[in-house]
Design a binder for this molecule. Structure first.
Ligand code: PXP
Length: 256
């Protein structure tokens, strides 16, 4: 109904990779990303997201094993489309696997997956994960061709890359937001569940939360950074409040 706020729930997946980045800086056990996942659950996260990279720069195999065993929330495993990562996913049976592009030399996941060009390579991974009962997400730019290809490949979900939107300013940011709005509508119309993430912070999350077809946001780096100043639970609670504000479920008065 026009003008009525969309009450579809918007889930928050908390990405704990960078808790492990800090731990690994000294090679010990502190801070423990699994402890952060427990805290995130208490603070209102709906899921835990972790990216096991080929070079193991943050999350380790042992972290994935512990997260699978110890955390009650759904685990979203971000992974490259490789035989090694497929074996990890099949061993631990996460709730969902989000296939991401991965280059060793990049600082973070720099762009979306090329589903159009990589269709033949990706098909085997999508099929094997689905056969194991794992929901398959493809992390893509909000591009019409990539969305169509993701649907054609049989993905359950797409996660739209919000990095370009978060980095842009002024008119360019408005243009990027327009691409995300159109991409979310297209993906939803095709029957794909729509997620979004990468680079989101307090000042960028509200407009993304306003997009009614998006039902999950995955957020990590900003939350872990902000936790230094206010604690992880407070950072997650504030992010949640801003997501609710975007959805029309809260007013500014709740945000403190
Ligand atoms: N979604 C995907 C698919 C990602 O690869 C990442 C980064 O690991 C995120 C979300 C979270 O991005 P950020 O850490 O910038 O919030």
């Amino acid at each position: 109904m026009p003008g009525k706020p969309d009450r579809r729930p918007l889930r928050l997946g908390v990405n704990i990779d960078h808790v492990a980045t800090i731990r690994n800086a000294r090679g010990g056990h502190h801070p423990d990303p699994v402890r952060a996942a427990h805290l995130a659950a208490r603070a209102g996260a709906d899921g835990i997201t972790a990216h096991l990279r080929e070079d193991r720069r943050h999350i380790s195999d042992h972290d994935i094993a512990r997260l699978s065993r110890e955390i009650d929330l759904p685990l979203n495993l971000e992974m490259a489309a490789t035989e090694e990562m497929l074996a990890v996913a099949l061993r631990h049976q996460p709730h969902a696997a989000c296939i991401v592009p991965e280059k060793r030399e990049e600082l973070t996941t720099e762009g979306g997956l090329d589903v159009v060009g990589g269709r033949d390579h990706l098909a085997r991974y999508v099929a094997a994960l689905k056969q194991a009962g794992i929901l398959v997400t493809l992390f893509i730019d909000p591009d019409e061709g990539q969305i169509r290809a993701s649907h054609a490949l049989g993905a359950d979900q797409v996660e739209l890359h919000t990095g370009a939107y978060c980095e842009a300013q002024g008119e360019a940011r408005a243009r990027e937001l327009g691409r995300l709005v159109a991409g979310a509508a297209q993906a939803h119309a095709l029957g794909l569940e729509v997620h979004a993430g990468h680079g989101l912070a307090y000042d960028t999350v509200v407009d993304i939360a306003r997009i009614p077809e998006i039902v999950e946001l995955n957020i990590g780096h900003f939350l872990v950074g902000e936790a230094i100043f206010c604690g992880l639970e407070a950072a997650i609670a504030r992010m949640r409040a801003l997501m609710d504000e975007g959805r029309g479920l809260a007013t500014r008065a709740h945000l403190g």
